[in-house]
Structures are given as C-alpha cells and as structure tokens.
Design a protein around this ligand. Structure first.
Ligand code: SF4
Length: 353
C-alpha cells in the first residue's frame, strides 16, 4: 500500500463539496430529503442500477408515500411494487424496517447511526447515508464508488475485498468527513465522483475536481487501482418451466419462503443440476398434464448462478391450485426470469384447449 497523501489537505474536501454542488445529477431521491425517502432509495440502490431505480422509485413512493403506509401494507403488495428491482430480500427488509419504525419509534425515523442500524436491512453504509445526507451527521459512508476514489487518491493497491482494506477505507472516509463543511455533500460527492468521473475503467481525470491530489493519477496507475476483485463462483443449473394451461387460464405456484426468489410466483418450475428429458417432467408437476411440448430455451444469470431455462407448454383439466388469465398476473410478484417465461406463452394451441 502507498500512502502518498499522509498529510491531508482540507482543500481537497472543499473541492469535492463544490464540485458536487455544481455537478450533481438530478435524481428523484435528491428532491425529497426525508429519512424515509432516502431509506427507500438507498435500499433500492444497494444492488440495482441507478437507471432502473429511477424508473421504479417514484411509483413505489406514490404507492407507499409514508413509512406508516409501507408498514400497513401486505407483504405481497410490497413485493409486487418491488418488481423489476430484483433481490427481493431487500423489499422484505424495507417492509420490516418500516414496521419497526412504526412499532418502536411511533412512525418517526431514528436520526442517529445507532438507531438507524437497528432497522432490519440497514448496515453501516445505509445508516451513514441517511444520517449524513438527511440529518447532517458527521459520519462517513463507503460504497464501491467511494472505495475506488479513496484507493486512487491514496494509490492504495491492497485487495479491495480484504477486511483490512475495507476497514482502512472506512478510516480514510472518516478522516475526510471530519474536514467537511457539509458531511452529506461530501459523502454524496464522493459517491457521485466514483459513479460519473472516477469510473472503474478509463476515469475522466481531466474533469476530476481532485486530480491534483490524486496519487494514482500521478503514477499513471488509474486503471490498475484498485486491483480487480476475484470473480464469484457461479453455479450452473437447469430450470424447467412449464406453462400449464386450462382453457384461457394459466397455472401459477408460489416459490418456497427460503432461497432464490423466495415467495415469488412462477409457472411450475423444476430445478435440477442437469437437463431433464421431456418425458420425465409430467410426474414432477403439481397437477396432471397432457400434450407437453417444447417452447424455447434461454439463459438467465444472477450473481451466483447461470440458469438455463427450458420452457414448455402443457394442458391440464385440474381445478385445484391458482389459475389466472395470463394478462391478469401484474399484481403477482415474479422474478424477471419468470416474466420472460410468461412472455413465451403460446397465444394459440395450448391456451385454447
Ligand atoms: S484523478 Fe482520476 S483516478 Fe484520481 S480520483 Fe480523479 S478521476 Fe479518479
């Protein structure tokens, strides 16, 4: 590790604050700075791209405009409103956090780091973001963008996923926020800098407000700092999704409460490490079927899985279970992968049986 900025220069912090004041993107969660609105935005942004969050954030807040409204909602309603954002565990945590705020704090968001960190799904980063951005607390935040900016400013090429590196970055962020005139603006400025200028590859150093203090730039090592993180292990699996129809209705089932896409709705889907033969499928389905046939295949990736979807259609006369018209499933929370499966439903043939 190189610490070429052992003596900190407070003007570097001012430069980031001023730059953020004139360059901040106009994002919807920057227009409404309440603890609840920022909590919703930060939880959404944890694992979803900004552009996708921009599309969904407004609709979610219109549906649940206050922490009380969210707390009073049914879980399936919350999951349905979360559609398109993925990683539904976050929706459940947000819902649980809203209920906690109502039951433990009378519906008022806690303002301290300690209080915020007691909320389900709220870790050091999210608590720091809410406390500094909404309530002006002098507390640091470190996400992937901030970590990259700090590593480059210091020309620190320690492995970014190591616990010691992460702890060191938090200490550096703490030193920076100690010098801030507006802690929230500094924190958001660091994140914004990482998101828009100090990008993972080919950062725009000529447009950077802290270029003159940047050790990685001086060394010409912007693209090699921080070093890449090891790729996660990816498991290959096969999902056999069967579009079972009875007349104009489609059979749907709910996934188990634990594991991937927990409690979301889907067409009956058999998950195996190897591809199954068509003849092996009917006995594994929840209702008796006839006329089973291939429809299409596609690949779907998550962080830890490479899933080969094999989509089939079949007819059934069964009455038990949940049957819906295919154009009447919007209110059911479903993974994006299962929405793709549904889009493959033949519009004639199997449905007209
Ligand atoms: S000078 Fe370049 S590498 Fe250094 S912080 Fe700015 S954008 Fe990042």
């Amino acid at each position: 590790m190189t610490t070429s900025l052992a003596t900190d220069d407070p003007s570097r912090v001012r430069a980031i604050e001023r730059w953020f004041g004139r360059s901040a993107r106009d994002l919807p969660w920057r227009r409404r700075r309440t603890g609840y609105a920022v909590l919703v935005a930060e939880i959404m942004l944890q694992q979803t791209q900004v552009a996708r969050v921009v599309e969904r954030y407004g609709a979610f807040l219109r549906r649940f405009p206050t922490v009380r409204a969210l707390a009073a909602a049914d879980e399936q309603e919350v999951l349905a409103a979360w559609q398109g954002l993925g990683y539904y565990r976050r929706a459940r945590s947000l819902h649980a956090a809203a209920r906690f705020v109502v039951s433990e704090h009378g519906g008022r968001m806690p303002r301290t780091i300690e209080g915020l960190r007691r909320l389900p799904g709220v870790g050091r980063y999210t608590a720091g973001a809410i406390a500094s951005i909404v309530y002006g607390a002098r507390t640091p935040i470190v996400d992937g963008n901030v970590q990259r900016v700090i590593a480059r400013l210091d020309a620190n090429d320690d492995p970014p996923a190591d616990a010691a590196t992460i702890a060191g970055t938090w200490r550096r962020a703490e030193e920076l926020v100690a010098e801030a005139t507006a802690p929230g603006a500094l924190n958001e400025g660091l994140m914004e800098l990482g998101a828009t200028v100090c990008t993972p590859m080919n950062p725009q150093c000529d447009a950077c407000p802290v270029a003159r203090w940047c050790a990685a730039r001086r060394a010409g090592r912007q693209n090699s700092i921080p070093p890449p993180k090891p790729s996660p292990t990816v498991k290959r699996v096969h999902h056999h999704a069967v579009l079972v129809t009875r007349g104009e209705r489609l059979y749907l089932e709910q996934r188990p409460a634990r594991g991937l896409w927990s409690s979301l709705w889907q067409t009956p889907t058999i998950e195996t490490p190897r591809r199954l033969r068509l003849a092996d499928l009917p006995v594994r389905l929840p209702v008796p079927v006839t006329d089973i046939a291939d429809v299409a295949d596609f690949e779907y990736r998550t962080t830890h899985r490479r899933i080969r979807f094999h989509v089939f259609c079949a007819r059934s006369r069964a009455r038990r279970g949940t049957w819906r018209r295919p154009d009447d499933v919007e209110d059911l929370p479903m993974s994006n992968a299962q929405r793709r499966v549904l889009a493959l439903l033949p519009r004639s043939g199997a449905v007209s049986g």
